[in-house]
Write a protein that binds this ligand. Structure first.
Ligand code: ARG
Length: 473
């Protein structure tokens, strides 16, 4: 007999049971479901809706069910559709009919919204923590490469030399914003929907604020229809996850390029590379490629969730059961990628000489020749034209700018003097970008310091919020 079987005259078609059940995936919510039920039953007794002794029996029963599920000793069945009804069934098996009092003043609709929020709260902390570890690894590489110069690119053409530290810190700031987005979303996730009932509230004199406080929520969802209907917090998470994936994917692309023979700028550690089953010489950046590849599924889950919600009338609709798998998969996908990322970055070998050699063999100091002429009062547009001529001449003569003799330089402009060789040296070119946010060493050091402060801020947030989540279990 189903928990809701009373008004039915025959059993559900087997295929319907299989099709509508969510237990195969929502069992991930068991822990949160029971946390929520413990708070709910405590409130029911505090509000004298059920007796204290019944509440105690139910609470003990729920704890026993939790241990059984955790130990893998509980049978979770499709006959009971989802985690909420499975837990209730197990509770009744455990404590008898009194277990049937748990669902007083509650619906699976507010219950599932609660479970999702409890789950996501924990995920926000875990993912932020993993992101901080990536930041720390990037920061470490940056610190170790304050003198490493490599070509900076636009359009994937060598543009101007930059410090490798500068390049690493660019990602630190990107991932830092990702953490900020996750931590900012906390205040929207951390609202209790419990007590919204199926949609309209409940006729029992419950205390929503009491439950919310017990579960360390910042408050309640103010409108019961909204509480059970919206999954905007899931969409927001998937959107934030998409940005994280996009940032990871861009860095992965660089790692893949840099580890090719064509670039030869880095070598990924053996422990973070894989081989080919056919070509013995190969060492592949599989991890970076797969992280890049998995961006597709994360974006897919975002689109899926947005599309599922589009056009749904208020309040709860069964469509919304589709909110879970994408969210779980996104959390697991990010956890997998981020856990690998920090050690992969930390252990990668940066080939400083190769990077420097690449800079020495390009025209990325051309802007500095133009800037030099501007310093001698030539308008920038004219200087640009002169240097264009110098570059063309150099290409035609198979030379780089530093290979030109002073006489050759002076054929293009008499303003050029012998100090030009110091000006065009790669390190000088880098240090000339002495502007806030620029690639000059002292400016990159400032960025390192700023990044350190941001990392510290994120760590503080994680610590205080992890305490909230731990306190609730
Ligand atoms: N398994 C359902 C879900 O995940 C729980 C809520 C079901 N509510 C209902 N009235 N059928 O969305």
């Amino acid at each position: 007999m189903k928990l809701w079987g009373g008004r039915f005259t025959k059993p559900t078609n087997q295929l319907v049971d299989e099709y509508t059940a969510s237990i195969s995936f929502d069992q991930k919510l068991a822990k949160y479901d029971i946390q929520g039920s413990l708070a709910h039953v405590d409130m029911l007794s505090k509000c004298r809706i059920i007796s204290e002794s019944d509440a105690k029996t139910i609470a003990n029963g729920l704890k026993a069910v939790a241990s059984k599920i955790e130990a893998g000793d509980a049978v979770l069945s499709e006959d009971n559709e989802d985690i909420h009804m499975n837990v209730e069934k197990l509770l009744i098996d455990e404590v008898g009919t009194v277990g049937g009092k748990l669902h007083t003043g509650r619906s699976r609709n507010d219950q599932v919204a609660l479970d999702m929020r409890l789950y996501l709260r924990e995920a926000l902390i875990t993912i932020s923590q993993l992101l901080v570890e990536v930041l720390q690894a990037l920061h470490k590489q940056a610190k170790a490469n304050l003198d490493t110069v490599l070509p900076g690119y636009t359009h994937l053409q060598r543009a101007q030399p930059v410090l490798f530290a500068h390049h690493m810190i660019a990602y630190v700031f990107m991932f830092q914003r990702d953490i900020e987005r996750l931590t900012d979303s906390w205040k929207r996730v951390n609202k209790s929907p419990l007590g919204a009932g199926a949609l309209a509230g409940t006729s029992f004199p419950i205390d929503r604020h009491y439950v919310a406080e017990k579960l360390h929520f910042d408050g309640i969802c103010e409108n019961s229809l909204d509480a059970v209907s919206d999954r905007d917090f899931v969409v927001e998470f998937l959107s934030n996850a998409s940005l994280i994936s996009m940032h990871l994917s861009r860095l992965c692309e660089e790692l893949v390029q840099w580890s090719s023979a064509e670039f030869n700028f880095i070598e990924l550690d053996d422990a973070f590379s894989t081989g080919s089953s056919m070509m013995p010489q190969k060492k592949n950046p599989d991890v970076a490629e797969l992280v890049r590849g998995k961006t597709g599924r994360v974006y897919g889950h975002l689109m899926g969730m947005l599309t599922t919600l589009k056009g749904l009338p208020l309040a709860y609709n069964k469509d919304m059961q589709e909110d879970k798998e994408g969210m779980f998969d996104t959390v697991e996908t990010l956890k997998g990628a981020l856990a690998l990322f920090a050690p992969m970055i930390e252990t990668m070998q940066v080939k400083k000489e190769e990077m420097y050699a690449a800079v020495a063999k390009d025209y990325s100091n051309a802007t500095d020749l133009a800037d030099y002429l501007v310093g001698k009062d030539l308008p920038f547009r004219e200087a640009h034209a002169v240097v264009g001529q110098v570059v063309l001449y150099s290409i035609q003569h198979n030379m780089y700018l530093l290979d030109l003799s002073l006489e050759e330089f002076q054929q293009f402009s008499p303003l050029i003097a012998k100090d030009i060789y110091d000006v065009l040296a790669p390190k000088a070119v880098v240090n000339a970008r002495n502007v806030a946010g620029g690639t000059a060493k002292n400016r990159v050091e400032d960025q390192l310091t700023a990044a350190e402060g941001l990392i510290k801020k994120s760590l503080d947030w994680i610590q205080t919020h992890a305490e909230i989540v731990e306190g609730q279990s």
